[in-house]
Design a protein around this ligand. Structure first.
Ligand code: GCU
Length: 345
């Protein structure tokens, strides 16, 4: 293990959550638009016999009244029928609006007693450098943003927080047990969402890698230079100065995990996802675990070695597993996520 890296990382010790967030927002993700003044939700369709009659699936539309105008976007809600008690729930930020989807095993999730809300990230803002349409077009007149206004990750997180605003109003959900889930770029988004909104029970990041869970210092695979060359629009403009200058970062990605303390956060890696750098995703959990412990929490409980495929460490507040295989959000990952919620609930 890179013990020297762990020793020389900047530490969030003694910092309040808001200070940590302020640093991450100022230098990496940018500040999000204000919450809307009001919101309404329209039902577009309702299927009461979803999954052989076990569940309800609704297609909905959220209308957010912001000071710039109204922003509307579609999302889905599914929940098991005939449940006696409020059920735990996932909010999935997905690549597609499908239910089910290859990253969204709807029936298994329902069978395990969970509800889920999901939306397609590009229904919020296109995954490109265009800031003139969608939510970006509304909040950034002329499509221009200042150095510390958020990029696309911040806009996607803003929408996920709106879904949470709606979720907490639903009587059949256990509103104390709503988690956020995302894969890859949307795993980065899930971590930011859970860090920003303390109503989330847990943030589940899957293969989130560079500028997600993985430490940027001594990172293999994708670097800040790579990500800023290809996807500069995911971040605020202030982030670019760290391309090739990781050592100058006044934080590292464990600050993002630490910003969820004292709540739970979960990092899932895939053994062959070398672009994401599973080793640095794991080391980030260790570094964030120290911060949790300084706050009197359990932190990250793990053996004194690097993980191998099939490892799953869930005794602490930070959960971790390494799945064998490549970059993907699989049913196996979901199985671990559901198990973690069940253990911690
Ligand atoms: C690219 C990108 C990653 C990102 C991934 C994804 O590989 O470099 O940072 O996580 O896309 O979202 O699938």
């Amino acid at each position: 293990m890179k013990q020297n890296l762990l020793k020389r990382l900047p530490s969030p010790k003694g910092m309040e959550r808001t200070e940590i967030l302020n640093l991450l927002l100022s230098e990496e993700y940018g500040f999000l638009p204000d919450p809307p003044e009001s919101m309404t939700v329209d039902t577009e369709s309702e299927e009461n016999t979803f999954c052989a009659g076990k569940a309800v699936l609704k297609k909905l539309k959220m209308n957010c009244k912001t000071r710039h105008g109204i922003f509307s976007f579609p999302f889905s809600l599914m929940y098991p029928s005939n449940t006696e008690k409020p059920v735990p729930c996932f909010i999935l930020i997905n690549f597609r609006d499908l239910v089910p989807d290859r990253y969204f095993p709807a029936e298994e999730i329902l069978d395990n007693g969970f509800a889920a809300l999901s939306f397609c990230y590009e229904d919020i803002s296109a995954d490109n450098g265009d800031f003139t349409s969608g939510l970006a077009g509304l909040v950034y007149p002329d499509g221009e943003r200042t150095v510390r206004q958020c990029g696309k990750i911040g806009l996607w997180a803003w929408a996920a927080i709106r879904i949470m605003d709606y979720a907490v109003t639903l009587p059949f959900l256990d509103t104390g047990c709503i988690s956020i889930v995302g894969h890859s770029r949307l795993g980065k988004t899930a971590l930011l969402t859970g860090a920003l909104d303390p109503r989330f029970f847990c943030s589940f990041s899957n293969d989130s890698g560079c500028s997600g869970a993985a430490l940027s210092r001594e990172k293999k695979g994708e670097t800040i230079r790579d990500i800023c060359n290809t996807y500069p629009y995911w971040f605020c403009k202030a982030y670019e100065k760290y391309a090739g200058h990781e050592e100058d970062l006044p934080f590292d990605q464990h600050f993002l995990l630490a910003a969820s303390a004292p709540r739970r956060v979960y990092v899932a890696s895939a053994s062959e996802d070398l672009w994401a750098c599973p080793e640095n995703e794991y080391l980030s959990c260790i570094a964030a675990g120290t911060y949790y412990q300084e706050m009197g929490q359990k932190g990250f409980l793990h053996p004194d070695r690097l993980p191998v495929p099939g490892d799953c460490f869930t005794d602490g507040d930070i959960g971790y597993h390494m799945r064998a295989g490549t970059h993907y959000l699989s049913r196996e990952d979901w199985k671990y996520f559901m198990e973690f919620v069940r253990e911690k609930r």
